[in-house]
Design a protein around this ligand. Structure first.
Ligand code: DGJ
Length: 740
């Protein structure tokens, strides 16, 4: 049984294949944290709960037989206003305007399977795959019931957490913060790792030792953001890709978030994660329930690589729902960098003709097909075909493209409204705004109030009318600005603080409605590139546009950072034109394809401009995509290089789950004269298996490849690529290796 309750000691023990998480209900019914880490066998872990002591300067909470300072007690869900002065997970205001909340254990349930979260994305599992513990607590003065929900997965070292709270009183309770997770760890000797950036430089890996006090990453933008990803890891100082303890924490949410590590006066570390409290206030009326989003904990005793592979397996197997999740995605050509807004039917068809000839599977029409959109100054919200630009409408275009043997995909940006649009002229109050204040524009657009049912109904009607008007099999759902001046003409004054959370609930509701109506649709999320690359979005779309930066060399860093949490099967990557439109860098077509192959694969350039030689090369690239994508999409991913600290090279490797096949990819980022011969040790192979190099026919034992390594041949010039594909052959005598 992965979750057990030891009644006498009042201890819950949650076991995953290689980890243990332990909780104890203390003498005064506090729900206290005991342990999280590598599997331990003992049942009675109560000795881990430090004796409460009489600390001068720390307020006691109980003056019974023994004073108790909550400031010392590791807690599963600390509340505001009591004698724990560290970061709280729950903060309330009662109808007297007071903040005290004191939750004590009342009961629990353990059951097979995993519950969903109402209206929100969450990992899922069948009754054979997971076990759930729900611990109930109550503040008897407020009559607020809080249920802490933990799910452990049968085959993965992951534990999910969320919280449900119900107002059982007859008075309003205002939730000022309702985080999803608190994890109290027994020391502070750890590095904090997170993924920071900005537009076109998303998810750069940051690492620094914890220091006394609070260190946080967050987003207040109404989206998970380009600037910080909803992920934080605490790693042993010596932890690297292959060794050392790592606690990874990822948040299944796409709005404003907060993640913080606090080193307290006793040099212990508290990690919290949840909806950003500055962007949140929720009026919980009598009998109402609030559910937090889900946070995911992953523990690895073997470094960051193992942490990432656990996240990848969890998100591929238990979060992404799309019918496309386990199959090859169509090789697409997108017209954005080919034409921007300047296209007509003839231009689109001429690109599509080339795409069909080259063996691509789908044409995607990006921004500019609706309203009177010739630039980014107008028409968002007017989801009607721009007939002057596309005579005959989408039906004619899509039919013609289908006749070429290509599928068709279409861009939308549903959550936005242009001031120059019929929609805005008809409904100026549908955008997020505060009366008598500036409506700040970004990319000449405003944000629709997705908390409004009428806005969502309009958008669903428009999106479904367009998707029903022609054979549209893919949608790129874009979102190009964040939220400021948060105000809703729909919500009453006492619920204005709910807007940003209700906004994201509205986005989820609309995506769900569209997917229910068009279940075969391949949805790709996008937010000005990777501004909403988060687990919440993966619940709706199996792939996300990673960054507007399509430069293959910059993508090494972006895709490396993204792979910390997200599977390669979700990382959308395209081959674009050179000189690159974002960096003006020129990189060979071969290298561009090698980098794009490490994600979902497509092209984003004017195919009409290609030489015959380039066209032949692209045909070969598409053949390679078909050869390798099953492996790339479903394998274990190993980062071998570190583009943030190594300027000369980067490399990575895919290993099939049965260890019978591996693909190694290498880029010589910066050439050196008189360079050292580089040897790289492969990872994840079976040491006892022999592997054959598909290019040369030479064979090597897995042990040789992993311990002695492979030798990178001499490569010429910056950005030169190299690749090695190895497949296992039946075991034989070591002496016969490398003889072919
Ligand atoms: C931002 C996206 O990231 C781009 O790929 C493109 O779709 C533009 N928006 C279109 O406006």
């Amino acid at each position: 049984m992965p979750i057990l309750y030891y009644e006498q000691q009042k201890i819950f023990k949650l076991d995953t294949p290689h980890t243990t998480y332990a909780i104890q209900v203390t003498k005064y019914d506090f729900i206290s944290h005991l342990y999280y880490g590598k599997t331990i066998q003992d049942l009675d872990l109560s000795y881990l709960n430090e004796p409460f002591c009489w600390d001068l300067g720390n307020a006691p909470v109980e003056n019974r037989e023994m004073p108790v300072s909550l400031d010392r007690l590791p807690l599963e869900y600390p509340c505001s206003g009591i004698s724990d002065f560290r970061e709280p997970a729950l903060q309330i205001l009662d109808d007297n305007g007071q903040c005290v909340c004191d939750i004590r254990y009342t009961g629990h349930r353990i059951y097979p399977g995993k519950p969903g979260i109402t209206g929100m994305p969450a990992t899922f599992a069948g009754t054979a795959d997971a076990t759930t513990l729900e611990i109930d607590g109550i503040d008897p003065v407020l009559n607020l019931k809080v249920t802490l929900i933990y799910t452990v997965f049968e085959k993965l070292d992951a534990i999910t957490r969320s919280v449900r709270m119900t107002n059982q009183s007859e008075k309003n309770i205002r939730l000022q913060r309702a985080l999803s997770l608190c994890l109290d760890l027994p020391h502070e000797k750890m590095d904090m790792i997170h993924l920071s950036g900005t537009w076109s430089r998303e998810r750069a890996v940051q690492r620094h030792p914890l220091h006394s006090g609070k260190q946080a990453v967050d987003s207040l933008r109404g989206a998970s953001s380009h600037q910080q990803n909803p992920f934080i890891a605490l790693a042993a100082p010596h932890a690297d890709e292959d060794q050392g303890e790592v606690y990874g924490c990822s948040f299944v949410y796409s709005g404003s978030f907060y993640a913080e590590a606090e080193v307290d006066q006793f040099r212990k570390t508290r990690l919290v994660m949840g909806i950003h409290p500055h962007d949140f206030s929720w009026l919980l009326a009598p009998a109402q329930t609030f559910e937090t989003p889900e946070a995911v904990l992953v523990y690895s005793d073997a470094g960051l690589g193992k942490m990432s592979r656990t996240f990848h397996d969890l998100y591929r197997g238990h979060l992404i729902r799309s019918p496309y999740k386990d199959i090859k995605r169509p090789v697409l050509v997108n017209n954005w960098e080919a034409t921007y807004f300047q296209f007509d039917t003839e231009k689109i068809l001429s690109i599509a003709r080339d795409a069909a000839e080259l063996g691509m599977d789908m044409f995607v029409l990006d921004d500019g097909w609706f309203g009177h959109r010739d630039s980014d100054n107008s028409s968002l919200g007017d989801w009607f075909v721009y007939e002057q630009k596309l005579p005959g409408g989408l039906k004619h275009l899509v039919d013609t493209i289908n006749q070429m043997g290509l599928k068709f995909g279409l861009w939308f940006e549903p959550e936005m409204i242009s001031p120059d649009s019929d929609l805005y002229r008809a409904h100026p109050d549908w955008c997020i705004h505060v009366q008598n204040r500036t409506r700040s524009l970004s990319r000449t657009q405003l944000v629709l109030d997705m908390s409004r049912p009428d806005v969502r109904a309009y958008l669903f009607e428009r999106i479904s009318a367009i998707l029903s008007s022609a054979n549209i099999e893919y949608v790129k759902w874009d979102m190009n600005r964040t939220i400021c001046e948060p105000g809703s003409a729909y919500l009453p004054a006492e619920r204005q603080g709910e807007l940003k959370h209700r906004y994201i609930l509205g986005v989820y509701a609309l995506m769900e409605q569209v997917l229910q109506a068009f279940p075969k649709l391949l949805l790709e999320n996008c937010a000005g590139g990777g501004g909403r690359f988060d687990p919440g979005m993966l619940y709706y779309s199996p792939q996300i546009w990673t960054s507007d930066n399509t430069d293959a060399i910059d993508r090494l860093r972006i895709q490396h950072g993204t792979s910390y949490v997200y599977p390669v099967s979700a990382i959308s990557a395209h081959v674009s034109a050179c000189p690159n439109h974002q960096t003006a860098r020129t990189v060979s077509l071969k290298t561009r394809a090698q980098v794009a192959l490490c994600g979902t694969f497509g092209y984003e350039l004017d195919l009409n401009q290609l030489s015959q030689e380039e066209k032949e090369e692209i045909k070969e690239q598409i053949r390679e995509y078909h050869q390798y994508n099953d492996l790339i999409r479903s394998s274990d991913y190993y980062r071998l290089g570190d583009p943030f600290h190594e300027e000369h090279w980067d490399a990575w490797q895919f290993v099939s789950k049965d260890q019978s096949e591996t693909l190694f990819q290498y880029i010589q980022v910066r050439a050196e004269t008189n360079a050292p011969v580089r040897r790289i040790r492969l990872k994840g192979l079976n040491p006892a298996l022999r592997y054959t190099d598909s290019a040369t026919g030479k064979t090597y034992y897995g042990s040789t490849l992993m311990h002695a390594g492979i030798v990178i041949p001499g490569l010429w010039g910056d950005y030169a690529p190299y690749r090695l594909h190895l497949q296992s052959v039946p075991p034989t005598d070591p002496a016969s290796c490398q003889t072919k």
